[in-house]
Design a binder for this molecule. Structure first.
Ligand SMILES: [Mg+2]
Length: 305
């Protein structure tokens, strides 16, 4: 069965400007076999061109802007669909401004229909202006619900969700959040995958490292959900969640042969089975509802709303 892939980037392809071993071979296999794929990121700051250059510098060539779909593009698609010719006041970086421009959504600092919040670029002046415009009737939309984003294994930075929370608190209005895990992100990514792919895929797998966004969104959108352990999720924490991945992989390196041959790699090789055999995997400690998980340290607020 022909599988198409939606692929998260941070924690799947690279981490801290370091490629994850096997990532080059994986992307080469996708390109050489004509397998439909699209990189899917909640980072609203870069454009498709920026991401193409970034991956080229890291050592992945053969990609172009059409291979990327960001939460900024998803927000622009959403607004263009539900409210053609709307206007927006933007608190965000170049990738968000470019995506809105491409969908003909004008910048408006006088009487916008929407205040659109992405990550970065939030100054006190901009937030004050955004607050005033929301008070005057503009609706609040955020590119994604991530409160924080990983910078390195020890460092994080504030995300679009945290900036939207500021405006939610000051205005008493709730934001609407695009990006992963919103089903609209997966819906539009799937449409784009079909539009740009030479071969249409019979099934689509989302590959990601974060349970709250990648895996949750994929499960809710009815896609296959492949969790890789090269990023934010440790195997022993998977059981904490109500939703579960279809498959758990050490890294994308495990998919190279599968993409080349079209034959699925044996599922029994999954780290889940090895871990379960050792008795280390506990079912039932599922978060949000299960008091048994409370012994785990919570060093940060939840990654998303
Ligand atoms: Mg990630």
């Amino acid at each position: 069965m022909k599988t198409g892939y939606l692929i998260d980037m941070d924690g799947v392809i690279y981490r801290e400007n370091q490629l994850i071993p096997g990532a080059v071979d994986f992307v080469d296999a996708l390109l050489s076999t004509g397998t439909p794929f699209l990189f899917l990121t909640n980072n609203s700051a870069p454009t498709g061109e920026d991401l193409t250059v970034r991956l080229k510098h890291l050592g992945i060539t053969g990609l172009g802007p059409k291979h990327f779909y960001t939460s900024a593009m998803n927000t622009a698609d959403f607004l263009a669909e539900i409210h053609p010719n709307c206007t927006a006041f933007v608190v965000g970086e170049g990738g968000l401004l470019a995506a809105l421009h491409e969908r003909k959504i004008a910048n408006d600092a006088i009487h916008p229909n929407y205040v659109v919040v992405g990550e970065g670029a939030a100054t006190t002046e901009k937030l004050t202006k955004a607050h005033e415009l929301i008070e005057k009737g503009a609706r609040l939309v955020a590119t994604n619900p991530d409160n924080w984003c990983p910078v390195s294994s020890e460092k994080t930075r504030p995300g679009a969700g945290a900036i939207a929370s500021y405006l939610e608190a000051s205005t008493g209005r709730r934001a609407y959040y695009l990006g992963k895990p919103n089903g609209y992100m997966f819906h539009r990514a799937r449409v784009r995958l079909t539009e740009t792919a030479l071969n249409s895929a019979e099934q689509v797998a989302m590959i990601g490292d974060t349970m709250e966004t990648d895996i949750r969104g994929a499960v809710e959108a009815g896609l296959l959900a492949y969790l890789v352990l090269t990023g934010s999720t440790k195997l022993e924490d998977v059981g904490d969640y109500v939703y579960q991945p279809t498959r758990i992989l050490h890294s994308v390196a495990e998919l190279v042969e599968e993409v080349k041959t079209g034959q699925p790699a044996p599922f029994a090789d999954s780290p889940f089975f090895t871990h379960a055999k050792n008795g280390a995997h506990k079912h039932g400690n599922r978060h949000q509802t299960d008091i048994l998980a409370l012994h785990k340290p919570r060093p940060r607020p939840a990654m998303t709303k």
